[in-house]
Structure formats: C-alpha cells, structure tokens
Design a protein around this ligand. Sequence first.
Ligand SMILES: *Cc1c(COP(=O)(O)O)cnc(C)c1O
Length: 344
Amino acid sequence: MKALTAHMPRVRLGHAPTPLEPMRRLGEWLGGPRLYVKRDDCTGLATGGNKARKLEFLLGDALAQGATVLVTVGALQSNHVRQTAAAAARLGLACVALLEDKVDIASAAYQHGGNVMLDALLGARVLRYPRGTDMAAQLAAFCDELRGQGQRPYAVPMGGSSAIGNLGYVECARELAQQARDMGVPLTHIVLATGSGGTHAGLQAGMLALGLPVQVMGINIMGEVGAQAAMVWRQVQATLAQLDVVRPFDAADLRLMDGYVGDGYGLSTAAGMAAIRSVARLEAVLLDPVYTGKAMGGLIDLARRGHWSAEDHVVFLHTGGQAGLFAYADQMAAEAPEGLQMKP
Ligand SMILES: *Cc1c(COP(=O)(O)O)cnc(C)c1O
C-alpha cells in the first residue's frame, strides 16, 4: 500500500509498526465479537502513546521552519505534553509546557507523579495555569514573547491535533490495514478514545483515502458530544485537504459514542475503572482512567448490548496513557478495595 504522506516532512520518533494482537480472553469473556488490540501504547517514546505518531509530522514541520523551542499546552497529566517533551529531548530542542489545572484531584500522585514527573525529567520547563484559562491564547502569547526575545518557537497544538499532526493517524490507518491483511483479519471496526480528535480524524481520513470500508468509532471522553462530533468532522475535512484527496464524508457518517465520560474529563468512572481491571487480568494490557479505560468501558458495554455480531472483527486502538495511570494510584486503591481478586 502506498504511503499517502510520502511528500510530507517527517522525523521518526516512534517504533513502528506497533503490534496488532488478538485479545482472545477478553473476546471469550464477552462472548464476541472477535477482538484485537493495536498497541500504540508501544510507540516507545518515553512510555509511548498515540502522540508519537502525530509528533513525527509536527516536528518534521517544526524542523523545516527552523524551530529551536517547542511550546505546547495540556492538562496537568497530559500524555501529549510528556511525549512532546520527549520528542524535544530526542531532537535537541527546548520545550516549554503550559499546563492547565483542569482536573480537581489534589492527591500527591496526581499533582506531582505520572506525566508531571516525566515532563520535568525530560527537561521541559513547566508553567502551570488555573482551571478555565484560555490555553490556546496562552500558547499564542507565549510564542510571541519568545519571538520577541529572538527565539524560534513552534506551537504544538493541544493533543497534537491539526491537519499536519493527524497525518500520523493517516499513516497508522495504512499500517493497520496492511497488518490486518497480512494476518488474514477482515477488519470491520476500530474503537478508540476521542479527546482533541486528531487520532479519530486521522484514522477516518486514512480509511476514506484508502477506500476501505472500516468503521472508525470514537468513544467521547471529554466535552459535549455534539460539539465534539462537529469538531472531529471538521478535522476529517482538514486532513483530507492536507492529503489533497477528495472523498465525500457526511457529518452523519461520523461515529462518536456518548455516555462514557462520567463527571468530566480526567475524572474516573466506575465503568472505566472496571474495564482497566478486567483488561489487566484478562490480557495483561494496561489502560488508563482518562482515555483508554473509558473507551474500553464503552467497547465492553456495546459488546454486551449486542452492538456487534460474532463475525465482526473489532480493533481497539490502545492510545497509551500508562504514565497517567500512576497519577491515579489513590483512585485505583479506592475503587478496588477487595485486594487479591482473581475474577476479571
Ligand atoms: C491524547 C490521548 C487520546 C486522545 O487522542 P486525541 O487525538 O486527542 O483525540 C487517547 N488516549 C490517550 C492515552 C491520549 O493521551
């Protein structure tokens, strides 16, 4: 299959292809459909995750522009910020992380552990902002300030989601389709967590560009679903335009499932925590409370409600988040007071 993105500047940062593996025990436990996991938690960039693929194209662009410092934004426990700090370190660039105190969790693990610890370890300069700050405005203002000092900043958007960043998931669509073909897996659906939307949009644009009838289903993990769906749809269009490919794609064809966010972004849900435990015990795959646990909770719920047939071949895109899992040590302990427990 030809690379759709061959003409775009790119720097290699991640391990690819990431494995595509069956989840037999989880599939049997649920009684169908056929389940697989695409291990983008194994992209290798300072504990891995989906942002590595986006950063390959974003940093290709940054280097082409002669940038010397990356500036990015995210929530305190952002996996995206940690991977951006890692990419900067790898390429010898400076990194400034503007972090919003978006989630009301006071534990030491959340405030100082997980990704926050790794941001500092990787050499990023971390600045914290109160909840509700307009982070996009802060990002622009901070870059202006650096330019005023004679530096060459590159603004990496929230979640790395942009027409350029999303090319990482166009490439992933191609990689996954090739793997499925090689393994004789008649892939029908992909399920993933949708946050800033670029992963979802890139995969959808990639499948459209490749002409493959694979349904991409996002599980919404933040914000109001209608606004999120409109935002992802716009990103699909922008990504297709970036690829210079014309494909019709109705807003009604975008799949974004609601009902799994709970009380909000970054706040754990009982279904998400149960999914994290089940998948750890059945597959030894580690999920996180913010993204992949909620997405897997959605997949499990949909499977139980008979959303898929036994002939469907469903891939769960594991987008990472393992470093973030450690920030939720207190919530994990509170949710699983039973101690030693062999049942999924
Ligand atoms: C950022 C992130 C997502 C969501 O990806 P978007 O492209 O922002 O929608 C999902 N899972 C994990 C672990 C992430 O860090």
